[in-house]
Design a protein around this ligand. Structure first.
Ligand code: SF4
Length: 481
Protein backbone atom coordinates (compact mmCIF):
# COMPACT_ATOMS: atom_id res chain seq x y z
CA UNK A 1 0.00 0.00 0.00
CA UNK A 2 1.33 3.48 -0.79
CA UNK A 3 -0.59 6.42 0.59
CA UNK A 4 0.85 9.80 -0.23
CA UNK A 5 0.00 13.51 -0.45
CA UNK A 6 -2.36 14.84 -3.07
CA UNK A 7 -1.83 16.70 -6.26
CA UNK A 8 -5.40 17.60 -7.00
CA UNK A 9 -7.14 20.04 -9.26
CA UNK A 10 -10.59 20.54 -7.83
CA UNK A 11 -12.30 22.32 -10.67
CA UNK A 12 -12.83 22.29 -14.36
CA UNK A 13 -11.33 25.04 -16.47
CA UNK A 14 -14.47 27.12 -16.73
CA UNK A 15 -15.51 26.93 -13.09
CA UNK A 16 -14.46 29.81 -10.81
CA UNK A 17 -12.11 28.60 -8.10
CA UNK A 18 -12.26 28.95 -4.33
CA UNK A 19 -9.73 31.78 -4.47
CA UNK A 20 -12.46 34.04 -5.89
CA UNK A 21 -15.03 32.96 -3.29
CA UNK A 22 -16.00 36.53 -2.29
CA UNK A 23 -16.71 37.55 -5.90
CA UNK A 24 -18.54 34.28 -6.60
CA UNK A 25 -20.68 34.77 -3.49
CA UNK A 26 -21.58 38.36 -4.43
CA UNK A 27 -22.63 37.22 -7.92
CA UNK A 28 -24.73 34.40 -6.44
CA UNK A 29 -26.49 36.78 -4.04
CA UNK A 30 -27.57 38.97 -6.96
CA UNK A 31 -29.24 35.97 -8.66
CA UNK A 32 -32.71 35.96 -7.15
CA UNK A 33 -33.82 32.89 -9.13
CA UNK A 34 -30.90 30.97 -7.65
CA UNK A 35 -31.43 32.15 -4.09
CA UNK A 36 -35.18 31.37 -4.32
CA UNK A 37 -34.55 27.84 -5.64
CA UNK A 38 -31.95 27.21 -2.94
CA UNK A 39 -34.12 28.44 -0.14
CA UNK A 40 -37.09 26.29 -1.22
CA UNK A 41 -35.01 23.15 -1.67
CA UNK A 42 -32.90 23.42 1.50
CA UNK A 43 -35.96 24.28 3.61
CA UNK A 44 -37.78 21.24 2.23
CA UNK A 45 -34.87 18.90 3.00
CA UNK A 46 -34.43 20.36 6.48
CA UNK A 47 -38.15 19.85 7.24
CA UNK A 48 -38.08 16.27 5.94
CA UNK A 49 -34.96 15.53 8.00
CA UNK A 50 -36.56 16.90 11.16
CA UNK A 51 -39.65 14.74 10.55
CA UNK A 52 -37.62 11.60 9.89
CA UNK A 53 -35.28 11.85 12.87
CA UNK A 54 -38.19 12.71 15.17
CA UNK A 55 -39.32 9.11 14.77
CA UNK A 56 -36.00 7.67 15.98
CA UNK A 57 -35.77 8.00 19.77
CA UNK A 58 -32.21 6.65 19.82
CA UNK A 59 -31.01 9.26 17.29
CA UNK A 60 -28.35 10.81 19.52
CA UNK A 61 -27.05 7.40 20.55
CA UNK A 62 -26.76 6.41 16.88
CA UNK A 63 -24.79 9.57 16.13
CA UNK A 64 -22.42 8.83 18.98
CA UNK A 65 -22.00 5.26 17.80
CA UNK A 66 -21.34 6.35 14.21
CA UNK A 67 -18.76 8.90 15.33
CA UNK A 68 -17.01 6.23 17.42
CA UNK A 69 -16.92 3.74 14.52
CA UNK A 70 -15.46 6.37 12.22
CA UNK A 71 -12.88 7.54 14.78
CA UNK A 72 -11.81 3.94 15.41
CA UNK A 73 -11.50 3.16 11.70
CA UNK A 74 -9.68 6.35 10.76
CA UNK A 75 -7.12 5.79 13.50
CA UNK A 76 -6.38 2.35 11.94
CA UNK A 77 -6.99 3.18 8.31
CA UNK A 78 -4.02 1.19 6.94
CA UNK A 79 -5.15 -1.94 8.74
CA UNK A 80 -8.76 -1.78 7.54
CA UNK A 81 -7.78 -0.88 3.98
CA UNK A 82 -5.43 -3.88 3.76
CA UNK A 83 -8.20 -6.08 5.11
CA UNK A 84 -10.73 -4.64 2.66
CA UNK A 85 -8.40 -5.10 -0.31
CA UNK A 86 -7.48 -8.68 0.64
CA UNK A 87 -11.12 -9.72 1.00
CA UNK A 88 -12.23 -7.91 -2.17
CA UNK A 89 -9.46 -9.66 -4.15
CA UNK A 90 -10.48 -12.97 -2.63
CA UNK A 91 -13.97 -12.32 -4.04
CA UNK A 92 -12.53 -11.74 -7.52
CA UNK A 93 -12.15 -7.94 -7.54
CA UNK A 94 -9.04 -6.32 -9.01
CA UNK A 95 -7.98 -3.64 -6.51
CA UNK A 96 -6.00 -0.61 -7.69
CA UNK A 97 -4.30 1.95 -5.41
CA UNK A 98 -4.31 5.56 -6.64
CA UNK A 99 -2.08 8.09 -4.90
CA UNK A 100 -3.69 11.10 -6.53
CA UNK A 101 -6.25 12.28 -9.06
CA UNK A 102 -3.95 11.83 -12.05
CA UNK A 103 -3.15 8.25 -11.12
CA UNK A 104 -6.81 7.37 -10.52
CA UNK A 105 -7.82 8.82 -13.88
CA UNK A 106 -4.95 7.02 -15.62
CA UNK A 107 -6.07 3.68 -14.13
CA UNK A 108 -9.67 4.08 -15.34
CA UNK A 109 -8.55 5.33 -18.75
CA UNK A 110 -6.26 2.31 -19.13
CA UNK A 111 -9.02 -0.09 -18.09
CA UNK A 112 -11.35 1.41 -20.69
CA UNK A 113 -8.71 1.57 -23.45
CA UNK A 114 -7.46 -2.02 -22.89
CA UNK A 115 -10.99 -3.35 -23.24
CA UNK A 116 -11.96 -1.14 -26.17
CA UNK A 117 -14.74 0.32 -24.00
CA UNK A 118 -16.03 3.51 -25.59
CA UNK A 119 -19.63 3.58 -24.38
CA UNK A 120 -19.49 4.28 -20.67
CA UNK A 121 -22.21 4.94 -18.11
CA UNK A 122 -21.65 6.36 -14.69
CA UNK A 123 -23.65 6.67 -11.50
CA UNK A 124 -23.35 9.57 -9.09
CA UNK A 125 -19.99 9.77 -7.36
CA UNK A 126 -18.32 12.68 -5.59
CA UNK A 127 -14.92 10.96 -5.76
CA UNK A 128 -15.05 10.89 -9.56
CA UNK A 129 -16.16 14.54 -9.58
CA UNK A 130 -13.20 15.33 -7.35
CA UNK A 131 -10.69 13.81 -9.77
CA UNK A 132 -12.48 15.12 -12.88
CA UNK A 133 -12.72 11.66 -14.33
CA UNK A 134 -15.17 12.63 -17.09
CA UNK A 135 -12.79 15.23 -18.49
CA UNK A 136 -9.92 12.72 -18.37
CA UNK A 137 -11.93 10.06 -20.22
CA UNK A 138 -13.13 12.63 -22.75
CA UNK A 139 -9.50 12.96 -23.91
CA UNK A 140 -9.87 9.40 -25.23
CA UNK A 141 -13.25 10.18 -26.78
CA UNK A 142 -15.05 8.11 -24.13
CA UNK A 143 -16.74 10.55 -21.77
CA UNK A 144 -19.23 8.60 -19.62
CA UNK A 145 -22.93 9.42 -19.66
CA UNK A 146 -24.10 10.45 -16.18
CA UNK A 147 -27.16 8.40 -15.29
CA UNK A 148 -28.32 10.03 -12.06
CA UNK A 149 -31.03 12.44 -13.20
CA UNK A 150 -29.55 15.47 -11.43
CA UNK A 151 -26.04 14.68 -12.66
CA UNK A 152 -27.34 14.13 -16.20
CA UNK A 153 -29.07 17.52 -16.14
CA UNK A 154 -25.91 19.34 -15.16
CA UNK A 155 -23.87 17.30 -17.65
CA UNK A 156 -26.27 18.47 -20.39
CA UNK A 157 -25.92 22.03 -19.09
CA UNK A 158 -22.10 21.79 -19.01
CA UNK A 159 -22.05 22.64 -15.32
CA UNK A 160 -20.69 21.15 -12.12
CA UNK A 161 -22.82 19.88 -9.18
CA UNK A 162 -23.88 22.49 -6.65
CA UNK A 163 -24.90 20.09 -3.88
CA UNK A 164 -23.46 16.80 -2.65
CA UNK A 165 -26.68 14.80 -2.99
CA UNK A 166 -28.82 17.10 -5.17
CA UNK A 167 -26.47 18.17 -7.97
CA UNK A 168 -29.07 20.29 -9.80
CA UNK A 169 -30.53 21.92 -6.68
CA UNK A 170 -29.93 25.35 -8.20
CA UNK A 171 -32.16 24.69 -11.21
CA UNK A 172 -35.88 25.35 -11.33
CA UNK A 173 -38.13 22.95 -13.25
CA UNK A 174 -38.67 25.70 -15.82
CA UNK A 175 -34.91 26.00 -16.39
CA UNK A 176 -34.65 22.21 -16.78
CA UNK A 177 -37.55 22.27 -19.26
CA UNK A 178 -35.76 24.89 -21.37
CA UNK A 179 -32.51 22.90 -21.19
CA UNK A 180 -34.28 19.76 -22.47
CA UNK A 181 -35.87 21.70 -25.34
CA UNK A 182 -32.45 23.04 -26.27
CA UNK A 183 -30.39 19.86 -25.87
CA UNK A 184 -32.90 17.08 -26.59
CA UNK A 185 -35.26 18.85 -28.98
CA UNK A 186 -38.37 17.85 -27.03
CA UNK A 187 -41.61 19.89 -26.97
CA UNK A 188 -41.58 22.58 -24.24
CA UNK A 189 -42.65 21.38 -20.80
CA UNK A 190 -41.85 22.13 -17.20
CA UNK A 191 -43.82 19.16 -15.89
CA UNK A 192 -41.44 17.02 -13.78
CA UNK A 193 -43.10 13.72 -14.79
CA UNK A 194 -42.82 14.58 -18.50
CA UNK A 195 -39.18 15.64 -18.18
CA UNK A 196 -38.32 12.53 -16.15
CA UNK A 197 -39.92 10.30 -18.80
CA UNK A 198 -37.78 11.85 -21.56
CA UNK A 199 -34.68 11.36 -19.38
CA UNK A 200 -35.63 7.75 -18.67
CA UNK A 201 -36.00 6.91 -22.36
CA UNK A 202 -32.63 8.42 -23.25
CA UNK A 203 -30.78 6.87 -20.35
CA UNK A 204 -32.20 3.38 -20.90
CA UNK A 205 -30.66 3.35 -24.36
CA UNK A 206 -27.27 4.24 -22.90
CA UNK A 207 -27.50 1.45 -20.32
CA UNK A 208 -28.35 -1.09 -23.02
CA UNK A 209 -25.29 -0.14 -25.08
CA UNK A 210 -22.70 0.41 -22.34
CA UNK A 211 -19.37 -1.45 -22.34
CA UNK A 212 -18.32 -0.24 -18.90
CA UNK A 213 -20.08 1.10 -15.80
CA UNK A 214 -18.38 3.47 -13.36
CA UNK A 215 -19.68 4.08 -9.86
CA UNK A 216 -18.70 5.54 -6.53
CA UNK A 217 -18.95 3.80 -3.17
CA UNK A 218 -20.85 4.79 -0.03
CA UNK A 219 -19.24 2.24 2.27
CA UNK A 220 -16.58 -0.45 1.84
CA UNK A 221 -16.77 -3.30 4.37
CA UNK A 222 -13.33 -4.51 5.41
CA UNK A 223 -14.47 -7.87 6.80
CA UNK A 224 -15.93 -9.04 3.48
CA UNK A 225 -14.54 -6.77 0.74
CA UNK A 226 -18.12 -5.72 -0.07
CA UNK A 227 -19.09 -2.26 -1.35
CA UNK A 228 -22.44 -0.59 -0.73
CA UNK A 229 -24.01 1.94 -3.08
CA UNK A 230 -27.11 3.87 -1.99
CA UNK A 231 -29.44 5.58 -4.46
CA UNK A 232 -33.06 6.28 -5.31
CA UNK A 233 -33.36 5.94 -9.07
CA UNK A 234 -32.07 2.43 -9.85
CA UNK A 235 -29.46 3.90 -12.17
CA UNK A 236 -26.52 2.85 -9.98
CA UNK A 237 -27.80 -0.71 -9.92
CA UNK A 238 -28.02 -0.75 -13.72
CA UNK A 239 -24.60 0.90 -14.04
CA UNK A 240 -23.03 -1.78 -11.86
CA UNK A 241 -24.83 -4.80 -13.29
CA UNK A 242 -25.58 -4.33 -17.01
CA UNK A 243 -22.15 -3.57 -18.56
CA UNK A 244 -19.58 -6.38 -18.65
CA UNK A 245 -17.05 -4.31 -16.66
CA UNK A 246 -17.70 -2.41 -13.43
CA UNK A 247 -15.17 0.08 -12.04
CA UNK A 248 -15.85 1.57 -8.59
CA UNK A 249 -13.86 4.60 -7.40
CA UNK A 250 -13.72 4.64 -3.61
CA UNK A 251 -12.15 7.27 -1.35
CA UNK A 252 -10.05 5.41 1.20
CA UNK A 253 -12.03 6.96 4.07
CA UNK A 254 -15.15 5.02 3.01
CA UNK A 255 -13.97 1.80 4.62
CA UNK A 256 -15.75 0.55 7.76
CA UNK A 257 -14.81 -2.57 9.74
CA UNK A 258 -17.85 -4.83 9.79
CA UNK A 259 -21.14 -5.57 8.06
CA UNK A 260 -22.94 -4.91 11.35
CA UNK A 261 -21.70 -1.30 11.32
CA UNK A 262 -23.94 -0.64 8.32
CA UNK A 263 -26.94 -0.90 10.62
CA UNK A 264 -25.92 2.39 12.24
CA UNK A 265 -25.04 4.26 9.05
CA UNK A 266 -28.11 3.08 7.15
CA UNK A 267 -30.31 4.59 9.85
CA UNK A 268 -28.40 7.87 9.82
CA UNK A 269 -27.53 8.66 6.22
CA UNK A 270 -30.87 8.66 4.35
CA UNK A 271 -32.68 10.43 7.20
CA UNK A 272 -30.01 13.11 7.37
CA UNK A 273 -29.75 13.62 3.62
CA UNK A 274 -33.24 13.47 2.17
CA UNK A 275 -35.41 12.71 5.19
CA UNK A 276 -36.04 9.18 3.89
CA UNK A 277 -36.20 6.22 6.24
CA UNK A 278 -34.17 4.28 3.74
CA UNK A 279 -33.02 4.86 0.18
CA UNK A 280 -34.98 3.09 -2.54
CA UNK A 281 -32.01 0.94 -3.61
CA UNK A 282 -29.11 -0.48 -1.60
CA UNK A 283 -26.68 -2.43 -3.77
CA UNK A 284 -24.23 -4.65 -1.91
CA UNK A 285 -21.56 -5.93 -4.30
CA UNK A 286 -18.95 -8.54 -3.41
CA UNK A 287 -16.92 -9.27 -6.52
CA UNK A 288 -18.13 -10.00 -10.06
CA UNK A 289 -21.21 -12.16 -10.51
CA UNK A 290 -20.07 -15.84 -10.46
CA UNK A 291 -23.21 -16.89 -12.36
CA UNK A 292 -22.20 -14.70 -15.29
CA UNK A 293 -25.38 -12.64 -15.07
CA UNK A 294 -23.64 -9.41 -14.02
CA UNK A 295 -20.29 -7.92 -14.98
CA UNK A 296 -17.54 -10.45 -15.62
CA UNK A 297 -14.95 -7.99 -14.27
CA UNK A 298 -15.04 -5.78 -11.21
CA UNK A 299 -12.36 -3.24 -10.32
CA UNK A 300 -12.08 -1.01 -7.26
CA UNK A 301 -9.84 2.05 -7.40
CA UNK A 302 -8.85 3.08 -3.86
CA UNK A 303 -8.33 6.83 -4.01
CA UNK A 304 -6.00 8.62 -1.61
CA UNK A 305 -5.57 12.09 -3.12
CA UNK A 306 -4.57 13.72 0.16
CA UNK A 307 -6.70 11.64 2.51
CA UNK A 308 -3.78 9.80 4.14
CA UNK A 309 -2.23 13.18 4.98
CA UNK A 310 -5.50 14.30 6.60
CA UNK A 311 -5.77 10.98 8.47
CA UNK A 312 -2.29 11.54 9.89
CA UNK A 313 -3.37 14.91 11.37
CA UNK A 314 -5.01 14.08 14.68
CA UNK A 315 -6.90 17.37 14.84
CA UNK A 316 -8.26 17.41 11.29
CA UNK A 317 -8.76 13.66 10.92
CA UNK A 318 -12.45 13.84 11.77
CA UNK A 319 -13.02 15.59 8.42
CA UNK A 320 -12.74 12.12 6.87
CA UNK A 321 -15.66 10.81 8.94
CA UNK A 322 -18.04 12.56 6.53
CA UNK A 323 -20.58 10.22 4.94
CA UNK A 324 -21.62 12.85 2.36
CA UNK A 325 -25.23 13.17 3.50
CA UNK A 326 -25.49 16.88 2.64
CA UNK A 327 -27.32 17.82 5.86
CA UNK A 328 -24.76 20.47 6.79
CA UNK A 329 -25.31 22.18 3.43
CA UNK A 330 -29.06 22.32 3.95
CA UNK A 331 -28.63 23.77 7.45
CA UNK A 332 -25.95 26.33 6.60
CA UNK A 333 -27.14 29.96 6.20
CA UNK A 334 -24.17 30.70 3.93
CA UNK A 335 -24.84 27.75 1.61
CA UNK A 336 -28.58 28.53 1.64
CA UNK A 337 -27.81 32.02 0.36
CA UNK A 338 -25.15 31.38 -2.29
CA UNK A 339 -25.38 27.70 -3.33
CA UNK A 340 -22.53 25.38 -4.22
CA UNK A 341 -20.87 26.93 -7.26
CA UNK A 342 -19.61 29.93 -5.30
CA UNK A 343 -17.29 27.64 -3.33
CA UNK A 344 -15.42 26.83 -6.56
CA UNK A 345 -14.96 23.22 -5.52
CA UNK A 346 -16.86 19.99 -5.92
CA UNK A 347 -17.37 19.95 -2.14
CA UNK A 348 -19.45 22.99 -1.16
CA UNK A 349 -20.98 24.17 2.11
CA UNK A 350 -19.53 23.55 5.57
CA UNK A 351 -17.93 20.20 4.67
CA UNK A 352 -16.37 21.82 1.59
CA UNK A 353 -15.06 24.70 3.68
CA UNK A 354 -13.00 22.25 5.75
CA UNK A 355 -12.28 19.53 3.16
CA UNK A 356 -11.30 21.57 0.12
CA UNK A 357 -8.48 23.55 1.80
CA UNK A 358 -7.02 20.28 3.07
CA UNK A 359 -7.24 18.55 -0.31
CA UNK A 360 -6.17 21.36 -2.59
CA UNK A 361 -4.09 23.46 -0.19
CA UNK A 362 -4.55 26.67 1.78
CA UNK A 363 -2.89 28.67 -1.00
CA UNK A 364 -5.86 28.15 -3.31
CA UNK A 365 -8.73 27.55 -0.87
CA UNK A 366 -7.62 29.36 2.29
CA UNK A 367 -10.58 31.76 2.09
CA UNK A 368 -13.17 29.00 2.48
CA UNK A 369 -12.79 28.46 6.26
CA UNK A 370 -13.75 32.13 6.66
CA UNK A 371 -17.02 31.56 4.74
CA UNK A 372 -18.98 30.77 7.87
CA UNK A 373 -20.84 32.58 10.60
CA UNK A 374 -19.81 29.80 13.04
CA UNK A 375 -23.46 29.47 14.05
CA UNK A 376 -22.96 25.74 14.67
CA UNK A 377 -25.99 24.55 12.67
CA UNK A 378 -23.72 22.18 10.68
CA UNK A 379 -22.42 20.51 13.84
CA UNK A 380 -25.94 20.10 15.20
CA UNK A 381 -27.17 18.20 12.14
CA UNK A 382 -24.08 16.17 11.26
CA UNK A 383 -24.94 12.47 11.72
CA UNK A 384 -21.33 11.58 12.54
CA UNK A 385 -20.85 14.53 14.89
CA UNK A 386 -18.04 16.25 13.02
CA UNK A 387 -17.22 19.42 14.95
CA UNK A 388 -17.11 21.59 11.85
CA UNK A 389 -16.98 24.98 13.66
CA UNK A 390 -13.86 23.90 15.61
CA UNK A 391 -12.21 22.65 12.43
CA UNK A 392 -13.06 25.93 10.68
CA UNK A 393 -11.38 27.84 13.50
CA UNK A 394 -8.34 25.56 13.34
CA UNK A 395 -8.01 26.11 9.60
CA UNK A 396 -8.46 29.87 10.05
CA UNK A 397 -5.62 29.85 12.53
CA UNK A 398 -3.43 27.85 10.16
CA UNK A 399 -4.30 30.19 7.27
CA UNK A 400 -3.36 33.24 9.33
CA UNK A 401 -0.17 31.68 10.72
CA UNK A 402 0.96 30.56 7.30
CA UNK A 403 0.31 33.91 5.62
CA UNK A 404 2.07 36.98 7.04
CA UNK A 405 -0.22 40.02 6.72
CA UNK A 406 -3.30 37.83 6.22
CA UNK A 407 -6.40 40.11 5.95
CA UNK A 408 -7.91 38.40 8.99
CA UNK A 409 -5.08 39.72 11.18
CA UNK A 410 -5.30 43.27 9.95
CA UNK A 411 -8.91 44.34 9.86
CA UNK A 412 -9.83 47.45 7.94
CA UNK A 413 -10.03 50.99 9.31
CA UNK A 414 -13.83 50.81 9.38
CA UNK A 415 -13.67 47.47 11.23
CA UNK A 416 -11.45 48.94 13.91
CA UNK A 417 -13.61 52.06 14.32
CA UNK A 418 -16.82 50.06 14.55
CA UNK A 419 -15.41 47.79 17.25
CA UNK A 420 -14.00 50.75 19.23
CA UNK A 421 -17.36 52.52 19.08
CA UNK A 422 -19.14 49.32 20.14
CA UNK A 423 -16.76 48.89 23.09
CA UNK A 424 -17.27 52.52 24.13
CA UNK A 425 -21.07 52.19 24.06
CA UNK A 426 -21.09 48.94 26.01
CA UNK A 427 -19.03 50.30 28.90
CA UNK A 428 -21.88 52.04 30.73
CA UNK A 429 -25.69 51.93 30.91
CA UNK A 430 -26.05 55.61 30.05
CA UNK A 431 -23.82 55.29 26.97
CA UNK A 432 -25.76 52.20 25.93
CA UNK A 433 -29.10 54.05 26.26
CA UNK A 434 -27.84 57.00 24.22
CA UNK A 435 -26.46 54.66 21.54
CA UNK A 436 -29.79 52.84 21.23
CA UNK A 437 -31.71 56.10 21.04
CA UNK A 438 -29.39 57.27 18.24
CA UNK A 439 -29.76 53.95 16.44
CA UNK A 440 -33.56 54.29 16.55
CA UNK A 441 -33.27 57.79 15.19
CA UNK A 442 -30.89 56.51 12.50
CA UNK A 443 -33.52 54.06 11.31
CA UNK A 444 -35.92 56.93 10.70
CA UNK A 445 -33.57 59.47 9.13
CA UNK A 446 -32.49 58.77 5.55
CA UNK A 447 -29.51 61.10 6.05
CA UNK A 448 -28.06 58.92 8.80
CA UNK A 449 -28.69 55.88 6.65
CA UNK A 450 -26.64 57.43 3.86
CA UNK A 451 -23.81 58.37 6.21
CA UNK A 452 -23.53 54.72 7.25
CA UNK A 453 -22.21 53.74 3.80
CA UNK A 454 -19.94 50.81 4.80
CA UNK A 455 -22.64 49.48 7.10
CA UNK A 456 -25.14 49.73 4.26
CA UNK A 457 -22.81 47.65 2.06
CA UNK A 458 -22.63 45.03 4.81
CA UNK A 459 -26.41 45.08 5.17
CA UNK A 460 -27.14 44.97 1.43
CA UNK A 461 -27.31 41.17 1.47
CA UNK A 462 -28.66 40.79 4.98
CA UNK A 463 -31.97 41.53 6.56
CA UNK A 464 -31.36 43.65 9.63
CA UNK A 465 -33.92 43.22 12.37
CA UNK A 466 -35.93 46.31 13.24
CA UNK A 467 -35.11 47.84 16.59
CA UNK A 468 -37.97 47.76 19.07
CA UNK A 469 -39.39 51.26 19.41
CA UNK A 470 -39.57 50.79 23.13
CA UNK A 471 -36.66 49.15 24.90
CA UNK A 472 -36.97 46.27 27.32
CA UNK A 473 -35.71 48.53 30.14
CA UNK A 474 -38.35 51.22 29.57
CA UNK A 475 -41.08 48.56 29.27
CA UNK A 476 -39.83 47.03 32.52
CA UNK A 477 -39.83 50.38 34.26
CA UNK A 478 -43.31 51.14 32.92
CA UNK A 479 -44.60 47.78 34.12
CA UNK A 480 -43.21 48.11 37.61
CA UNK A 481 -43.97 51.76 38.26
S1 SF4 B 1 -20.02 16.88 7.33
FE1 SF4 B 1 -21.64 15.70 8.37
S2 SF4 B 1 -23.56 16.75 7.77
FE2 SF4 B 1 -21.97 17.45 6.33
S3 SF4 B 1 -22.14 16.07 4.57
FE3 SF4 B 1 -20.59 15.19 5.96
S4 SF4 B 1 -21.71 13.76 7.26
FE4 SF4 B 1 -23.24 15.08 6.30
Amino acid sequence: MHLQPASVILRSVDQPGPETFAENARAALRDTTLTGALRRATDTFAERRAGAIGQVPEWEALRTQAAAIKAHTLARLDHYLEQFATNAERAGVVVHWATDAAEACAIVRRLAADRGARRLVKSKSMATEEIHLNAALAKDGAEPVETDLGEWIIQLAGETPSHIIVPAIHKTKEAIGELFVDKLGIPPSSEPAVLAEHARQRLRAHFADADMGISGVNFGIAATGTILILENEGNARMTTTLPRVHVAVMGIEKVIPRFADLDVFLKLLPRSGTGQHITTYQSLLTGPDPRGQGPSEMHIVLLDNGRSRIAADEVMRQTLACIRCGACLNACPVYQSIGGHAYGSVYPGPIGAILTPQLSGMHSAGTLPFASSLCGACKDVCPVKIDIPSLLLELRQRAVEGTPGHPATRGGFVDRMVWRLWAFCMRGPRRFRVAMALARLGEKLPLLGRLAGPMRAWASTRELPKLAQRSFRSTWRGGTS
